[in-house]
Design a protein around this ligand. Structure first.
Ligand SMILES: Cc1cc2nc3c(=O)[nH]c(=O)nc-3n(C[C@H](O)[C@H](O)[C@H](O)COP(=O)(O)OP(=O)(O)OC[C@H]3O[C@@H](n4cnc5c(N)ncnc54)[C@H](O)[C@@H]3O)c2cc1C
Length: 455
């Protein structure tokens, strides 16, 4: 019987395992439903082209993760890239972010954005919805031409019901000076959390997972899909018929699936959670073509509603090895909420998006070598009111049952690969404290202390 059972071998599960081992604790098992680890940070290879589950770029703004990336993952084989991201609107490509690069817009739209910013509802309080947050900090024009339509497409949700709790790290702020500067200079400053990023020189983001896995000694049990958890007996069963007892359970599976599999115990009732944890799904379509693209962009945001995809990315502009020599490859993203949109309509939207992309980029059918769509059933969790009001309590109840639900989908949050590594580390520490585990005296941390050397 393992003391700790980890469900899911994505980055969060692997990081939990790594950090348990780092403290000399090996009495755990890690169970993964797929036939390979990695979760969303996997890559697929089709006829010489490499695709991820849409763009997965490594952003670093945490000292521990910087050190972890350098010393555990290893920088060799990765390259640091200065972001070239753009916005396509009114038939023109402009640099990102939209709010400081308005010069490509028609004059009346520029005026609407500036006037809206000056007259923004600075004193609006409380700010309960994403729409109100935009009106308070950016104003009506920037909302109308970018932040509203773009976020309606990516979330597939009503912005008047979506809470703004996720925006802090992901939407760059602006000032009137920045807006004016962006009108008068050709390229405004690189801003935002992803101004530069790291990416494998070849093989896609899978390299990150492979390197982390290589630092773990326990064998991952693949094709072990969680079926049910009996928290009273501390007993977990899998769809393949296997089962285990445990002391502590760490789940990185989506929270709505987790609560569905926990046998109700005492006065704990999960039915409200099952009904109210909402999340969108994404089709990531990939095209490989027999020539390079004209653009150098890494990715392009597409706010206009006439296109039903919200972003296009160009794999071989990120690193050339993502496509065979002389070829180009792209990804596009279409989002929908399965409980709101039928699979049939979602697939029709996907087909339309691929057709629109070909038209926009003037790609002939005869030029397409590969057309490969990857589906992400849990992509962006919906920050609805229920989540804001109940999530903390739900996690506390689970922890009472010795269940730690962590990671992007376990915690039901908007987070990055860096966060996944940090979540695994924090959980390993919490669990070992609860188990009263003391690292052997000779155990030397595998991660050297942070150095002053930058990445
Ligand atoms: C479209 C998109 C683009 C993104 N781009 C970036 C980016 O550019 N940069 C960045 O830093 N982050 C990005 N992210 C976020 C990043 O993918 C995640 O933060 C990170 O990969 C989450 O890791 P995880 O282990 O928590 O979850 P996952 O990767 O989902 O791993 C969970 C694992 O659990 C397994 N599992 C699920 N259910 C069960 C079950 N019932 N039984 C057993 N196993 C189960 C899954 O198969 C999976 O392997 C992006 C996310 C999306 C959706």
């Amino acid at each position: 019987m393992p003391k700790v059972a980890i469900i899911g071998a994505g980055l969060t599960g692997l990081s939990t395992a790594y950090h348990l081992e780092e403290k000399g604790f090996f009495d755990y098992e890690i169970f993964e439903k797929n036939d390979q680890p990695g979760g969303l940070a996997r890559s697929v290879h089709v006829d010489g082209f490499t695709f991820d589950y849409t763009g997965h770029f490594v952003h670093i703004n945490n000292e521990y993760f910087k050190n972890f990336f350098e010393n555990v993952i290893g920088k060799t084989g990765f390259t640091k890239i200065v972001r070239d991201s753009q916005v396509f609107t009114h038939d023109k490509f402009s640099p990102y972010p939209f709010q400081t690069n308005l010069s490509g817009l028609p004059t009346d739209a520029i005026c609407e954005c500036i006037e809206g910013f000056v007259l923004r509802q600075k004193h609006l309080h409380p700010v309960d919805t994403f729409r109100q947050w935009v009106l308070k900090y950016y104003g009506t024009g920037i909302g109308k031409y970018f932040l509203f339509p773009y976020n309606e497409k990516i979330s597939a949700y009503d912005l008047d019901k979506m809470c703004p709790s996720w925006v802090q790290n992901f939407v760059p702020s602006t000032t009137l000076a920045n807006i004016v500067e962006g009108l008068t200079t050709e390229h405004s400053k690189q801003v935002g959390y992803n101004a530069h990023f790291w990416y494998p020189k070849r093989g896609g983001i899978q390299l990150l997972v492979d390197r982390l896995q290589a630092n773990i000694t326990q064998k991952i049990k693949t094709e072990f899909q969680l079926s049910s958890i009996d928290p009273t007996q501390k007993f977990v069963s899998f769809k393949n018929g296997d089962s285990r007892s445990y002391d502590m359970l760490v789940s990185t599976a989506p929270l709505n699936n987790l609560v569905d599999s926990v046998k109700e115990s005492g006065n704990i009732n999960f039915s409200a959670a099952k009904n109210n944890l909402l999340c969108n799904s994404i089709f990531g379509f990939n095209l490989g073509i027999n020539r390079p693209f004209e653009t150098n962009a890494h990715w392009v945001y597409i706010p206009e509603k006439k296109y039903n995809f919200y972003r296009l990315g160009f794999w071989n502009n990120v690193v050339p090895a993502m496509a065979p020599p002389g070829c180009g490859s792209l990804f596009g993203e279409v989002a929908y909420i399965p409980s709101h949109t039928s699979e049939k309509i979602a697939k029709q939207n996907l087909r339309n998006a691929i057709a629109q992309t070909k038209k926009l980029l003037k790609i002939q059918d005869s030029e397409v070598l590969v057309d490969h769509t990857l589906q992400i059933p849990h992509a962006f969790v919906t920050h609805n009111r229920w989540r804001e009001e109940n999530l903390k309590n739900l996690h506390a109840k689970l922890r009472e049952l010795n269940i730690y639900s962590i990671g992007r989908y376990g915690e039901w949050k908007y987070s990055s690969m860096q966060d996944a590594v940090l979540d695994g580390r924090a959980t390993a520490t919490a669990i070992l404290t609860r188990l009263g585990h003391v690292a052997p005296a000779a155990q030397v941390s595998r991660i050297p202390r942070p150095t002053s050397r930058g990445l």
